[in-house]
Design a protein. Structure first.
Length: 459
């Protein structure tokens, strides 16, 4: 491990706090915010779920993001090596390789279906640009979406395009262009969301949507809803698979981990809430079902683009920006796998990108078939909690609600119990009361909360 010492400098640091924030935001903001948050909010009854989700972000997600970034910066290497290095005097050292393994497995599984949904966005660029959406009824818009889902070969084509986009960037190992892209495209996405929110205000159902999102009705909150909210906090902030740990290893020492983590979490949460405010007025104004599931944004936003002035232009731009947001997240899902293959298996970058990318691509076919030919195939359907879940639903459930929280739990235990308190304190450089709050959270609150939600749901 001596050879590894001081390689922080060799690997080069982010040029500034902004560069780190851009990269981390690029990973965090994606389909999780615009596709997943609205539909799980709709499925879980709105306000109470949103409140639990916000609590999970603040009390579990943010502290774990800080833990990941600090482990990464302290170790100064790839996640597996950082953990090994910091845990040097720990007899359980090999156990921490598990964090890397969980991350690699989660990356494979998530990217496989993430790319299929990214493919939907690719397909909708053409749908919006061709003017097909103009003046369409909710039924016609729904039919366009069902038509896409029922066609495995078209889905495969767009999934292939999305996967190829991700693989090209990861194979080249580019990072600099990506940051610039994020700094232009993220604000663009934000502005387009604001435009749709503006349109949503004219539908007459904005107030109803706002109370749906922000007025908690606890009778609608279920234990499985709490598990989904917790899992989504990990998914949306890209936690539990060591992505933020990898990025943290490039963060200069003089930059506040707490402040940067707060910035990333606030941007991510802001985009999700804005997406909710854009979509639910359209849902209510057109008599659609809030619990419509994974197709929700593709059944609502096209309606808005079909009705607003210059809708075809805004719709085209919106789906292009959504692809970019999903692309930067997809890259951050594949990158750790490729780095792991390079480092642990000694493969070169091109070969590992091709290999890992092809495995994800092939796995994605299972998700594609779940939408049509296998739509009645529910492999674990005999277990109550998996009733009615297709392969695609199971992949989504298992990664977001089990694997990522498990990875996050290990990170919390590592930062809270394995690292020396001194090292952690120095790295965070917080005021005494703030440090105490964070330390208590990762040592006790986070592990207990994650374990409790797990156990409660399994029983
Ligand atoms: N955070 C991304 C999103 O919200 O779309 C998804 C994601 C990216 C999850 C990277 C996990 C990850 F490591
Ligand atoms: Na996100």
């Amino acid at each position: 491990s001596e050879a590894l010492e001081g390689s922080n400098a060799k690997r080069g640091l982010w040029s500034s706090r902004l560069a780190f924030v851009l990269a981390a935001t690029g990973s965090a903001v994606g389909l999780g915010n615009i596709w997943k948050f609205p539909y799980i909010t709709g499925e879980n009854g709105g306000g109470a779920f949103v409140l639990v989700y916000l609590l999970c972000i603040a009390a579990v997600g943010l502290p774990i993001m800080m833990a990941e970034v600090l482990i990464g910066r302290r170790g100064g290497h790839s996640p597996v090596n950082s953990l090994r290095l910091i845990a040097e005097r720990d007899r359980l050292k090999p156990a921490w390789r598990m964090v890397g393994a969980v991350g690699v497995l989660a990356g494979f599984l998530i990217l496989s279906f993430y790319s299929v949904i990214g493919g939907w966005a690719v397909s909708y660029v053409g749908t919006a640009a061709s003017g097909q959406l103009v003046g369409q009824s909710a039924e016609a818009i729904g039919a366009i979406f069902s038509g896409l889902l029922s066609d495995p070969l078209t889905l495969l084509m767009w999934h292939t395009v999305f996967m190829a986009l991700v693989m090209v960037v990861v194979a080249k190992g580019v990072r600099s262009g990506l940051e610039r892209a994020v700094s232009i495209l993220m604000p663009g996405l934000f502005i387009l969301l604001l435009i749709v929110v503006g349109y949503a205000m004219t539908t007459g159902e904005f107030g109803r949507a706002a109370s749906f999102l922000f007025q908690p009705d606890f009778s609608k909150l279920t234990t499985s809803g709490i598990l989904v909210a917790l899992g989504h906090a990990f998914f949306t902030l890209s936690l539990g698979m060591a992505v933020m740990m990898a990025y943290g290893s490039y963060l200069p020492k003089n930059i506040s981990i707490a402040k940067t983590s707060i910035v990333v979490s606030v941007i991510d949460t802001g985009v999700a809430l804005l997406a909710g405010l854009a979509i639910f007025p359209i849902v209510f104004a057109n008599g659609l079902e809030p619990g419509a599931g994974p197709g929700l944004i593709f059944q609502t936003l096209p309606l808005a683009f079909g009705q607003m002035p210059m809708g075809s232009l805004f719709g085209t731009l919106f789906f292009i920006l959504l692809i970019f947001a999903a692309w930067t997240s997809g890259i951050s899902l594949l990158e750790p796998i490729v780095e792991w293959l390079e480092e642990q298996k000694g493969m070169n970058r091109t070969v590992s990108t091709l290999g890992a990318g092809l495995v994800c691509w092939a796995l994605g076919i299972a998700s594609i078939l779940s939408l049509n030919l296998w739509s009645d195939f529910t492999p674990l359907g005999s277990i109550a909690m998996f009733e009615g879940k297709t392969v695609f639903d199971l992949l989504d459930f298992f990664t977001a609600n089990i694997l990522l929280p498990l990875g996050g739990l290990m990170v919390a235990v590592f930062a809270g119990w394995v690292m020396s308190r001194q090292a952690v304190e120095k790295e965070l450089a917080l005021s005494a009361p703030m440090f105490k709050l964070w330390y208590t959270t990762v040592r006790y609150f986070t592990p207990v909360a994650v374990a409790a939600v797990f156990i409660y749901n399994l029983l």
